[in-house]
Design a protein. Structure first.
Length: 448
């Protein structure tokens, strides 16, 4: 039985990872358009190109960590090295030089974002894989990923709120300095939390050589993608990430230009979402134990999509109460995502029982690749749409522009959540054979 303190300490690294991801999701596009002066469509293209280029590195990174053998373990050396690199990259991305041309600004964003995502790959893929190896017990692994989501939401608050706090300290006349300070603070959090996970979690022994993944990397990847249980989960999560990422990118635009909320009110609404999500995690874990993971996850994700599609276009401008309530409801539904990570580890166990190969890192590398490709689509799409609806930063928008923002932010994002839920219906019932899979793995380990 894995101690609860180990399960809790495992997720600490995601404070820093999510702080970076939410600083980027919420603020990067707006920083580049409103502060740096890059056109919205060019900013979207730069981010999308950077993510697509980087996404292909995730499966090789997972495969590499599967095969690594060091005295400190397979995953922890990458978590520490990736944390240090990520801290440097996020600080540099939000401290751009003064560039006059659109081409120069585009090139800086593209190069900086490629490096940032490479660092995220190095730390996050091994970290996700480590969670599936902490315990053979499915309930304990669900709890480990619940801690990961919990700590990740703490990080998301840092990523969303720190720029606002920095602006309050430096004054509204120094947005460049404020964003630079916020990014430096996030970088410090990355170093501290990745180091905390490395020191606090004793990595389980690596499987013997016979259990390591073998064969060409491409063949292993194609085999994983042909997995009848993994493919629907992978497609569902990737599709939903398009909607979630688009919603995150557009949030500041929607709350400022459509609802006319102040920065403090905006941060209150986003914090309500995060708090509700964290508080809902024990309930989703309990529902997963009672009804299995698939049905509660499906219900939560579909409800989240319906709420977003119907609720956001109806919110009245100038009032903080309705978006606060809708954000809290959305967060409570969003907590169901924790069950998807645990389902992925059940699928990896099933694959190992059938193939005899341990490929945790490879599967989570593919998972990360799909997530990044989805974010690329979301960021590029929102940047292009902002340009097409004739959005002009730092001024009052035409009524047609604000109405379009509401439809893109609400039904435009929610449709991907609903579509992902429909895809999820195709996933077979892997949990029904979980006990049989564990018996096979236990006998195989005893023979070794």
């Amino acid at each position: 039985m894995t101690p609860r303190r180990t399960l809790a300490a495992y997720g600490l690294a995601h404070v820093g990872i999510f702080a970076v991801e939410f600083l980027v999701r919420f603020h990067l596009l707006k920083f580049m358009t409103d502060v740096v002066g890059l056109r919205a469509d060019l900013a979207g293209y730069a981010v999308a190109i950077g993510v697509v280029w980087d996404a292909v590195t995730d499966p090789p990174m997972g495969n590499l960590s599967d095969r690594t053998r060091t005295r400190w373990g397979r995953r922890r050396p990458y978590i520490l090295a990736g944390g240090l690199a990520l801290a440097l990259c996020i600080a540099g991305l939000f401290t751009p030089p003064v560039l006059a041309s659109q081409a120069g600004k585009f090139a800086f964003l593209l190069a900086g974002y490629v490096l940032l995502n490479a660092a995220i790959t190095i730390i996050s893929v091994p970290h996700y894989a480590l969670g599936g190896e902490l315990s053979p017990d499915s309930a304990e692994r669900t709890e480990a990923y619940a801690w990961l989501v919990f700590w990740g939401q703490i990080g998301s608050i840092l990523g969303v709120v720190l720029p606002g706090l920095a602006l309050a300290v430096t004054g509204d006349g120094s947005p460049r300095l404020a964003y630079s300070l916020a990014a430096a603070g996030v970088g410090a959090a990355v170093v501290a939390t990745s180091l905390a996970t490395v020191l606090a979690v004793r990595e389980p022994p690596a499987p013997p050589a016979g259990a390591a993944p073998g064969g060409p990397f491409l063949r292993s990847s194609l085999s994983a993608l042909r997995n009848r249980a993994f493919l629907p989960l992978f497609a569902m999560y990737t599709t939903m990430t398009v909607g979630l990422s688009a919603s995150a990118v557009l949030a500041l635009y929607f709350y400022e230009y459509r609802l006319a909320l102040s920065p403090r009110q905006t941060y209150t609404v986003t914090s309500a979402f995060v708090v509700a999500l964290c508080l809902s995690l024990p309930a989703w874990i309990a529902l997963g134990k009672r009804f299995g993971k698939k049905r509660p996850a499906l219900a939560g994700c579909a409800a989240y999509g319906v709420l977003a599609s119907i609720g956001y276009p109806l919110l009245p401008p100038g009032q903080v109460g309705p978006p606060l309530a809708l954000g809290a409801l959305g967060g409570a539904c969003g907590g169901s995502l924790v069950l998807l990570y645990s389902l992925a580890t059940d699928i990896v166990d099933r694959d190992e029982a059938i193939s005899g190969r341990h490929r945790e890192g490879l599967y989570f590398g593919l998972w990360n690749m799909g997530t990044k490709l989805a974010r690329a689509i979301a960021v590029a799409g929102t940047g292009i749409l902002l340009h097409r609806i004739r959005f002009v930063p730092n001024q009052e928008q035409e009524p047609g522009v604000t109405q379009a923002l509401a439809w893109i932010f609400g039904p435009g994002s929610g449709a991907f959540l609903i579509l992902g839920s429909l895809i999820f219906l195709a996933m077979p019932a892997v949990e029904a054979r979980r006990a049989q899979v564990h018996r096979i793995l236990a006998r195989r380990a005893a023979r070794r």
